[in-house]
Design a protein around this ligand. Structure first.
Ligand code: NAD
Ligand code: MG
Length: 400
């Protein structure tokens, strides 16, 4: 095994994926060194990370949080900075080998793109980047020969089950030519898979973020509850593996032991299995093509005993239907879907709207804004903004 120490930047170090990444890094101090970390405004948590891991640079989203962190870290030898430029710099700095893109939401796009443009190994957790600008993002991956590795557990599983030389960012690989008949995207169905539909109006944020199998940040937890997460993952898979949504079947698998599968022409179906713990895909992508210890409990199949499968119900989960609709419309529809979803989920989490309003806000925003084909990042960012404004105005006129 190659023994050089890799320098790592974690964008979103205080989040759920950020914490799991730190846990894996701490198990391999000779192989990985933390170069830089970033966070939004969680100053205390960031100070703890800096004291334990001693990165060279820590970046907060704004100058005020940076000033607070600086005073907490006085004398620790960590350079503290604030703002978007600093974020882009730690993603692209020359000494960095690996960038974990684990900021939540569309704000993660620009720093992730900076890492791609600098040709880094990019560990992509931030699925919103691909949903809003997949076409552009994958083109930049190819152009700058960045090494993209999927962290989303399903996409990491697909990557592990696809042929070894299946290159992300290389277009037109042709599933059929590779003997692949289908990609099977699995999902647990979230906490409301069996909840009576007439109770959906009364779902609280606390119930929605209590996922049965995974421990995650609040936004993705709500996405899992509406199943928009599976819709976003469908779009993510199309861009990552250069396939169409017809190449992918969604299969509900409540135990979350299989993380996705690839079906081949000869009848073989390869599945990647493991306990539902994000440290597995993180360790896989950090060390790829090698394997390292992740700290995840070995899978006890006797204890699991049964694996079940069901079809995904688009009546119960209208967000799934909306995501398919956005894929079919193409162009900027997916950016609109993503932006409206982010606004609606925030409004639900802060108690401003009911759970069932999330899908209607996205639906109405998609209907209001025309979809366009575009190659311009500027245009995508401006459409993202318009969708946010429209969704916000819809919420303002709603009486919960
Ligand atoms: P989280 O909410 O726990 O953490 C988000 C991180 O982003 C935090 O470090 C936060 O400080 C930072 N952040 C938030 N807003 C920011 C802003 N405006 N500017 C700069 N930084 C900001 O989220 P998470 O669950 O860790 O998810 C991160 C990403 O990974 C999401 O895109 C999610 O969809 C994806 N993902 C997460 C999981 C999981 O198990 N948690 C699984 C698959 C994919
Ligand atoms: Mg996932």
């Amino acid at each position: 095994m190659d023994q050089t120490t890799r320098q790592v930047t974690i964008l979103g170090a205080t989040g759920s994926i950020g914490q799991s990444t730190l846990d894996v890094l701490a198990r391999h101090p000779e192989q990985y060194q933390l170069y830089a970390v970033s966070a939004h405004t969680q100053v205390d948590k960031m100070a703890d990370i800096c004291r334990q891991f001693k990165p060279t640079i820590a970046v907060m989203a704004d100058e005020a949080s940076a000033a607070q962190l600086k005073s907490l870290l006085d004398g620790q030898g960590v350079e503290v900075r604030g703002g978007v430029d600093a974020l882009n710099e730690i993603a692209s700095a020359e000494q960095v080998d690996i960038v974990m893109a684990a900021i939540v939401g569309a704000v993660g796009l620009m720093p992730t793109l900076s890492a791609v443009r600098a040709g880094k190994r990019v560990l992509l957790a931030n699925k919103e980047t691909l949903v809003m600008a997949g076409h552009l993002f994958m083109r930049e991956v190819a152009e700058h020969q960045a090494q993209l590795l999927p962290i989303d557990s399903e996409h990491n599983a697909m990557f592990q089950c696809l042929p070894n030389d299946y290159t992300l960012g290389k277009s037109d690989q042709g599933l059929a030519r590779r003997g692949i008949s289908k990609i099977l995207l699995t999902g647990s169905g979230g906490p409301f898979r069996e909840t009576p539909l007439d109770e959906f109006d009364h779902i609280t944020p606390e119930q929605a973020i209590a996922h049965p199998n995974w421990s995650m940040g609040p936004k993705i937890s709500v996405d899992s509850a509406t199943m928009m997460n599976k819709g976003l993952e469908l779009i993510e898979a199309c861009w990552l593996f250069d396939v169409t949504h017809r190449d992918i079947d969604i299969v509900l698998h409540p135990e979350s032991i299989i993380h996705s599968m690839v079906a081949y022409a000869d009848g073989s179906v390869l599945a990647q299995m493991g306990n539902p713990d994000m440290r597995t895909p993180i360790a896989h992508a950090l060390a790829w093509p090698n394997r390292i210890d992740s700290g995840v409990e070995p899978l006890d199949l006797i204890k699991v005993s049964q694996l079940n499968f069901e079809i995904a119900d688009e009546q119960r989960f209208p967000c799934l239907r909306l995501a398919r609709q956005a894929i079919q419309q193409g162009g900027t529809s997916m950016a609109i879907l993503n932006a409206a979803n982010e606004i609606a989920v925030q409004a639900f989490l802060s108690g401003r709207i009911k759970f069932t309003r999330i899908s209607s806000i996205i639906d109405q925003t998609l209907q209001h804004l025309p979809s366009k084909e575009t190659d311009s990042l500027q245009e995508i960012l401006s459409i993202d903004q318009s969708a946010r404004e429209h969704a916000t105005s819809l919420i303002a006129t709603m009486n919960i």
